[in-house]
Ligand binder design. Sequence first.
Ligand code: B16
Ligand code: MG
Length: 227
Amino acid sequence: MTRSPRAFIFDLDGVITDTAEYHFLAWKKLAEELGVSIDRQFNEQLKGISRMESLERILELNSSLLNLPYEEKLRLANQKNEHYLELIQSINSDSILPGIEDLLQKCKQENIKIALGSASKNAPIIVDKLGITKHFDYVVDASMVKNGKPHPETFTTAADFLNIPYSECIGLEDAAAGVEAVNEANMFSVGVGEVKHLSHADFLVGDTSELVFEEIIKHYKVKCEVS
Ligand code: B16
Ligand code: MG
């Protein structure tokens, strides 16, 4: 029997809005202050992973920074976040990526639950600034899980709250670590981005304007039939 999905679990940064770019700019500034240079290619591996883990990966680029005391690392992470919060001041409903509002509407019409599964501690502020809090049946942010992406906990926490089997959930992600988390949760993964980073997604689109509800459902059902 072909099932229909009962929940869509959306990543935030890079799927609902392009805060991924602001994260990059804030990390780049901090890295430069530490005498380290990062580019967009390097930034791909920071997508979807926690603030402290991202900092560790930047510090690894310069061996003299490896043994900083924890308090200093916290100070640096806070400094990045302060700059990031300045950069996202201007976010509003115009910052919602193309296709996302239609997809949310379509889920509502079809009685499909909507959740957020973000690695960002700032997720609730951002969703509020975008004016879409009302669409979400549940919001999971970094403060609610022990294990960040690629661990599946962010996605399973949302499904458990909604009381929906993982196989009936679809996770939408722009990060390699995020797609891995969705797959590890035994959910259907929709990747948004390039095949060189997201080849492990069950269904891949180039950008959010290609997130067409009917297409996603079609690919989900094909996977259900073969498994
Ligand atoms: P914060 P997502 C993730 O959000 C970002 O992709 C990642 O780059 C960032 O380091 C992480 O949130 C933590 O964010 O510093 O705001 O707590 O893509 O899972 O929505
Ligand atoms: Mg993301």
